[in-house]
Design a protein around this ligand. Sequence first.
Ligand SMILES: Cc1cc2nc3c(=O)[nH]c(=O)nc-3n(C[C@H](O)[C@H](O)[C@H](O)COP(=O)(O)OP(=O)(O)OC[C@H]3O[C@@H](n4cnc5c(N)ncnc54)[C@H](O)[C@@H]3O)c2cc1C
Length: 270
Amino acid sequence: MEVHHAVEDELLARRDELGIASVLPHPDHLAEMVVRRIDEIGAGTRILTLAPRSEADRLRQHAPGQYLEVWIPNAAWLSRAYSIGNSPRADDSIELQIRKVEGGRLSTWAFGRVAVGDVVTVRGPLGNFTIRSPEGRPIVFVARGTGFAPIKALLEQQVELFPTREMVLFWGATSSEDFYELDHLGELVARAPGLSATLVARRFLPGFEAPAGVATALGRVSDAVAGSGLDLAGFDAYVAGPRLTVADCITALSGRGVDRERIFADSYGT
Ligand SMILES: Cc1cc2nc3c(=O)[nH]c(=O)nc-3n(C[C@H](O)[C@H](O)[C@H](O)COP(=O)(O)OP(=O)(O)OC[C@H]3O[C@@H](n4cnc5c(N)ncnc54)[C@H](O)[C@@H]3O)c2cc1C
């Protein structure tokens, strides 16, 4: 099942249906967030850490896997969607993992003029790429590139709640230099005895070291899933990344036994 992003109608419908208008966030909730940190990570990827400007700007009911619509300063006509790359934190700060797109309008700001202290407007949280797997059901996560953002948020949540749940992660990239936050991934693997992780890249630079307990595989992430030899019957799958990769991963997952109805996907771009 592919997650669609025009969720506003659905959210409103659910609010009416469930009669809990005061609990579910209104999809038009606008908040102002301040850029607190800018981290250069991997090749051509940045993490912007944003914090709510005031109490009223705290995100309401952020579920891991959701995304925001983001407006950059002084460009009210320009908004883009970015996944929230973390599970909820006590201070309600969030991270956006932004990949550089040559000539991209928002990405030109994120890799150029952006400065700590800038205020961005966000709408959300939006989207329903959230965990819908019953407790005890094993999960396979597959990410490509910054598709790791929502997958990492889901992983953080699951490691916190169910560290012994059987979970498998494949994270694909073009080159090993595109991976980021590997120390954090190593910590998650160390904390969750049920989690096994594989980094998949078309090339690994000399000297690249995966964190302890994390495997590596050469090639495309969908091929790594297809050739893993794993029996994934009975697993739920969460897949995020570029549209074509996601389509290939869905085929690979279903070839390994995952029921297509239990594959949840979040895709964008090509
Ligand atoms: C739900 C959702 C979540 C998203 N989450 C993330 C995220 O976590 N991190 C992230 O980096 N992006 C994410 N995106 C993509 C993001 O919204 C923008 O599309 C992307 O950052 C490009 O915006 P831009 O303004 O820089 O480029 P634009 O000015 O919109 O595009 C400039 C040119 O680049 C091309 N282009 C646009 N996007 C891409 C791409 N991804 N790869 C190659 N060429 C491209 C366009 O076709 C165009 O020709 C998400 C999109 C959706 C719908």
